[in-house]
Design a protein around this ligand. Structure first.
Ligand code: HAM
Length: 416
């Protein structure tokens, strides 16, 4: 017996309506904001991720699925979505008309220690906005995020917000953070000792509890922001106030990817688990060989989002097939097939027995599948051309005629 790989899950048909709810909300909200969909390959050159996410991050250091293809190229399964979208933006000259706003719904791969809400394959609804350094751009992206969460039924999620400045103010902050880390060096985990030398900011997202406790007293990046970054952050906050998005400032939020500049944020549920994370990455395009292009984006973990929705009792879209056409005798099967085709041609979802089930078993199937209506065809229906449409919700029966099945059924559906 071969099992599903560790840290991955099958999306079973009975759960598909939950995924559909999230994906429909994503597409509907994206369309409201004129955000177009993009799809990029599931694997890319490993260098793309080393150069964008950063070679001292946990994602690159510990979690990437790297392999050599038959041509000897070093490839990686994408651990996140931003780098691939940026590669495509540069390669396809998508910056000719700015701003450009894109979204994706895709699978991602990280070799993590599997636990609740942390998988080796997960999926994200992500959005990336290219082209503007204005704080309004950050607010537009966060409005999209808020409206998407609201469309699913979330209210009261906490938005944690911070600014990690630009390379200029980050350099000042790194000096202070390095000094702090060296003052407690003997108490740090091995990784943090290394991070203190190579990339001190990365220490702040260390998952080791003893390190986390020590960093409670670390210097705070917002105390080191330059005038421009401070003003930008202030305007993002007043923009959020203006559109009614509540947030909590969190000076310790730095996020685990190196490409961020200025605004960073996470939408968390009650247990502080991040459902969505993102921020600005104004330097990434240039870093990867493109023209300087300020950008902001988010990635929302769909598995975590569904789990959070379930725990809050949020209703998902229901599976609602419309008409089941049951055959009372073998002689009725051809007529059932004709009716099903006519209904489908008219845009009404319909199904019939494909298993040779008894009439009782067909009814049971229709009920379990959640069909709204059942039409039963037997000897007398074949003889008269008069059929009955039974409404499964209230048991009421409406007569219809053989020659006008689709119109009659449509009228019945509209009347309910
Ligand atoms: P991230 O914070 O690494 O950011 O991931 C975004 C979201 O994906 C997280 O908040 C979480 O909900 C979900 N997630 C991450 N890892 C896992 C996992 N192992 N299992 C389940 N869910 C997970 C990024 O990926 C950035 N690319 C976001 C971004 C887009 N920033 C700018 N643009």
């Amino acid at each position: 017996m071969i099992n599903v790989p560790k840290g991955t899950k099958d999306m079973l048909p009975s759960h598909s309506r939950k995924w559909r709810t999230v994906e429909n909300a994503a597409k509907k909200t994206a369309a409201l904001y004129n955000v177009k969909q993009i799809r990029t390959p599931v694997f890319e050159s490993a260098d793309l991720f080393l150069r964008s996410i950063g070679d001292s991050t946990d994602i690159v250091n510990k979690e990437m699925y790297i392999f050599e293809d038959k041509g000897g190229r070093k490839m990686a399964l994408r651990p996140e979505g931003t780098a691939g979208v940026m590669r495509s933006f540069i390669e396809n000259n998508l910056g000719d008309t700015l701003p450009l706003k894109v979204f994706y719904i895709e699978s991602l791969y990280r070799y993590e220690q599997p636990q609740a809400g942390r998988y080796r394959e997960h999926h994200q609804f992500g959005a990336e906005f290219f082209g503007s350094a204005l704080p309004e751009f950050d607010v537009e992206l966060l409005s999209l995020a808020r409206d998407f969460l609201r469309e699913i039924g979330f209210t009261g999620l906490v938005l944690r917000l911070n600014s990690i400045g630009c390379p200029k103010c980050r350099a000042e902050y790194n000096k202070a953070l390095r000094a702090f880390l060296s003052s407690i060096e003997d108490k740090l985990c091995g990784d943090c000792k290394r991070r203190a030398l190579t990339n001190p900011l990365r220490a702040l997202d260390c998952k080791v509890p003893s390190c986390k406790a020590l960093y409670e007293n670390a210097p705070i990046i917002t105390d080191y922001l330059c005038d421009e970054c401070r003003a930008h952050f202030g305007s993002v906050q007043s923009g959020l106030d203006a559109v009614g998005i509540e947030y909590e400032l969190d000076g310790k939020l730095v996020r685990g990817l190196d490409y961020y500049t200025r605004t960073v944020f996470e939408f968390c549920d009650n247990e502080k688990l991040a459902l969505m994370g993102g921020g600005r990455y104004d330097g990434l395009c240039e870093q990867l060989g493109g023209k300087p292009t300020p950008c902001v984006g988010f990635g929302c973990g769909i598995e975590r989002l569904i789990a959070a929705a379930e725990s809050r009792g949020i209703e998902f879209e229901k599976d609602s097939p419309q008409v089941f056409v049951s055959a009372q005798c073998d002689g009725a099967r051809t007529e059932c097939a004709r009716i099903v085709k006519a209904l489908r041609d008219g845009g009404i979802s319909a199904e019939r027995d494909l298993m040779g089930k008894s009439l009782k078993a067909q009814f049971k199937y229709a009920d379990r599948q959640g069909f709204a209506y059942v039409i039963t065809i037997g000897e007398s229906e074949l003889a008269t051309g008069e059929y009955n449409v039974k409404c499964m919700a209230d048991g009421s029966v409406t007569p219809i005629h053989k020659n006008s099945v689709t119109d009659d059924v449509r009228r019945i559906i509209c009347q309910r």
